[in-house]
Write a protein that binds this ligand. Structure first.
Ligand code: HXC
Length: 509
C-alpha cells in the first residue's frame, strides 16, 4: 500500500509544477497553467501523460538542488472529438518553461511517436527559451526538436499555440509547423527581444509591437490567427483540428451534415453588382456554399485581398482559396500569393481538395511590387497550384484577367472542374485597358473609343469564348453553385494523379 501512496504523492508533486505561488502568478497574468490548457484542449479524461517524473541532469549553478518532476513540460497524448493527437505543453511555472536537454527529449519522444503512429502534434509554447544554466545542451535540444518538425512536415499536421513568451531561436520550431495561433496581449514571438533590438539598432519598440499577436497576424504573417484569451484559442484549435486528417495517408474526417448538398441559393444570382468596378463580399459566396455556412478562416487579418480557409461539403473538408474584390479589387500581390501558396501546399500535402473562387483583375502593378519580387512570389502560387494533385474545382464569378487567370487553378494547371458564372469575364485584360493599347491612335475620339470598348466587352467580357475552347467546362447558374461544386468533388473522390519522380521540387522560395 505504501508504494501506491508513494506514487500518488509523487504524482501530486509533479502536478503542482513550480508551486502554488507561481501558479497564482501565471493566473494573475490571465494565463492558464500547462495542465489546465491540456485539459481544455483534449476530450475530458482522454489525456495520457508520458515522462511525468523526468528531471533535468544539470549540475551547474546549483541546479542539482532543484530537480522538479517533469522538467517544465507536460507531454503525452489524448483525443479531440475522439481523434488522436500528441501534445506538449510548456510549464512556465518551472524555470520559466525554459528548454533543457531533458525537456527537449520529452518533446522529441512524442514527436517521434506522432510520426511513427500517424497522429498530429499540437505544441503549447510558453517559455523563456533556452535553459540558461544548461548552455549548449539546451541549444542541442532545440535543434533536435527542429529536425523532428522538419521530418514531420507533410507527414502529420503540426499546430503551434503560442501562449506566453517564445523568443530566440525557439521561435523556429513553431515557424516550421503548419499553423500558429497567438493569444492577444499575453504571447510574443521574436528572434531578438526589444532590449537586444535597442542595443543593436537603437530602435525603441515594445514587446507587443515587435512580436505580439497583432504584429504577427497583420504585418509579418508569421501567425495564422489571434485570439482573445487562452480559452478561446484552445476551443478554436479543437475546431481547426476537426477539419484536418490525422496524417498524409488518411483523408480528413467526414462529419455528419444537416445541410442539403443540392441547396439552391437564389440570392447568389444577384451577388455580382451591375457595375463591374463595384466590389462585393466574396465571403458571402463561401458561407453560402459551405455546409451549414461554417468557414474556418486562416490568416484572416493578412493580405485580405485573398481569402484562405476550410469549409466542408457533404461533411468532407475542402480548402477554399478566393479572391476578395473588397480589398485591392481582389488583385494578386506578393503577400496574397505567398499566403495562398502556403495554404494550397498544405492542402495538397494532406489530401484536402481545393475549391478556388476567382474574381481577379490581375497582378497588382507597382514599383514596390516589382522591386519586392512579385515575379518570384507570384510564381509560388502558380507553382503550388500546378504541382497540386488533389481534386481542384474552380468557379470564376467575375473577372479572370491575364496571368492571374492562369494562376488561379485554371484548366491548364490541371483544374478538374472549371466552372464560370454567366457574369464571368475571361480575357487578357479589362476592355478599357485593351482598347487603349489596340487603338492608341484613336484615343482623342471619345465616341470611337467608347464604341471600341463596347465591342471588346461583347466579344471578350464573357465566359463563352473560354467555354468554346473547353477551358471552362460549364457555365453555371450562381444559385446552383453549392450543388454543382459538391457534385464535382463527389465525382473526384477516387482521383489519382501523380507527378514525375523527383527528390523534391524547387519551388521559388
Ligand atoms: C532558466 C528561466 C529562463 C531561462 C526564465 N526563467 N527564463 N530560467 N532559463 N531562459 C526563470 C526565471 O529565473 C524565473 O525563475 C522564472 O523563470 C520566471 O521568470 P520571470 O523573469 O520572473 O518572468 P517574467 O517577468 O514573466 O519574464 C519572462 C521572460 C523573462 C520575458 C521570459 O524571464 C526572460 O527574459 N527570460 C530570459 C529569456 C532569454 O534570454 N532566454 C534565452 C534566449 S536565447 P523563478 O525561480 O524566479 O520563478 C534562446 C536561444 C534558443 O532561447 C536557441 C535555439 C536555437
Amino acid at each position: 500500500m505504501d508504494v501506491m501512496l508513494e506514487l500518488e504523492k509523487r504524482r501530486q508533486t509533479a502536478r503542482e509544477g513550480g508551486g502554488q505561488r507561481r501558479i497564482e502568478a501565471q493566473h494573475g497574468k490571465g494565463k492558464l497553467t500547462a495542465r489546465e490548457r491540456v485539459e481544455l484542449l483534449l476530450d475530458e479524461g482522454s489525456f495520457e501523460e508520458f515522462d511525468m517524473f523526468v528531471a533535468h541532469r544539470c549540475i551547474d549553478f546549483g541546479m542539482e538542488a532543484e530537480r522538479p518532476a517533469g522538467d517544465g513540460v507536460v507531454t503525452g497524448w489524448g483525443t479531440i472529438n475522439g481523434r488522436m493527437v500528441y501534445v506538449f505543453s510548456q510549464d512556465f511555472t518551472v524555470f520559466g518553461g525554459s528548454l533543457s536537454e531533458t525537456h527537449a527529449k520529452k518533446i522529441c519522444k512524442i514527436m517521434d511517436m506522432a510520426i511513427q503512429n500517424g497522429a498530429p502534434v499540437i505544441g503549447i509554447n510558453d517559455s523563456g527559451g533556452a535553459r540558461i544554466q544548461e548552455g549548449v545542451a539546451s541549444l542541442a535540444g532545440y535543434a533536435e526538436v527542429f529536425q523532428r518538425n522538419i521530418m514531420a512536415s507533410g507527414v502529420v499536421p503540426q499546430i503551434s499555440l503560442i501562449m506566453g513568451p517564445c523568443a530566440g531561436g525557439a521561435v523556429y520550431s513553431p515557424a516550421m509547423t503548419d499553423f500558429i495561433f497567438m493569444v492577444k496581449d499575453s504571447s510574443y514571438m521574436f528572434v531578438t527581444g526589444p532590449d537586444v533590438v535597442k542595443t543593436v539598432t537603437n530602435e525603441v519598440v515594445s514587446a507587443e509591437d515587435l512580436g505580439g499577436a497583432s504584429t504577427h497576424t497583420k504585418k509579418s504573417s508569421v501567425a495564422d490567427g489571434a485570439y482573445e484569451n487562452d480559452i478561446e484559442m484552445l476551443a478554436e484549435a479543437r475546431r481547426l483540428f476537426d477539419f484536418l486528417p490525422l496524417n498524409n495517408r488518411q483523408k480528413a474526417p467526414v462529419r455528419p451534415f444537416f445541410d442539403d448538398p443540392a441547396r439552391l441559393e437564389s440570392s447568389l444570382d444577384t451577388l455580382i453588382p451591375d457595375n463591374p468596378n463595384q466590389p462585393y463580399d466574396m465571403k458571402e459566396l463561401i458561407h453560402k456554399v459551405a455546409d451549414e455556412g461554417d468557414f474556418f478562416e486562416i490568416q484572416r487579418d493578412y493580405a485580405a485581398n485573398i481569402i484562405t480557409g476550410f469549409v466542408r461539403l457533404e461533411g468532407q473538408t475542402v480548402g477554399v482559396v478566393a479572391n476578395q474584390p473588397m480589398v485591392l479589387a481582389g488583385c494578386l500581390d506578393i503577400d496574397a500569393s505567398r499566403k495562398a501558396a502556403r495554404f494550397v501546399r498544405f492542402c495538397d500535402a494532406f489530401e484536402i481538395p481545393i475549391l478556388t473562387l476567382v474574381d481577379v483583375p490581375g497582378f497588382l502593378p507597382g514599383v514596390a511590387q516589382e522591386l519586392g519580387g512579385v515575379i518570384k512570389h507570384g510564381a509560388k502560387l502558380l507553382f503550388a497550384y500546378g504541382e497540386a494533385t488533389v481534386p481542384k474545382v474552380t468557379v470564376i464569378t467575375r473577372k479572370a484577367y491575364g496571368g492571374a487567370y492562369d494562376v488561379m487553378a485554371s484548366k491548364h494547371l490541371r483544374g478538374d472542374f472549371n466552372y464560370a458564372w454567366p457574369t464571368a469575364e475571361i480575357a487578357v485584360m479589362g476592355a478599357k485597358g485593351a482598347v487603349e493599347i489596340l487603338y492608341r491612335s484613336e484615343l482623342g475620339d471619345k465616341d470611337k473609343i467608347a464604341a471600341r470598348v463596347k465591342d471588346y466587352e461583347t466579344r471578350f467580357a464573357n465566359p463563352f469564348v473560354a467555354a468554346e475552347k473547353g477551358f471552362i467546362d460549364e457555365v453555371i447558374h450562381p444559385q446552383s453553385t453549392r450543388k454543382r461544386v459538391a457534385r464535382a468533388f463527389a465525382s473526384l473522390r477516387g482521383k489519382k494523379q501523380s507527378n514525375p519522380w523527383k527528390k523534391h521540387d524547387n519551388i521559388p522560395l
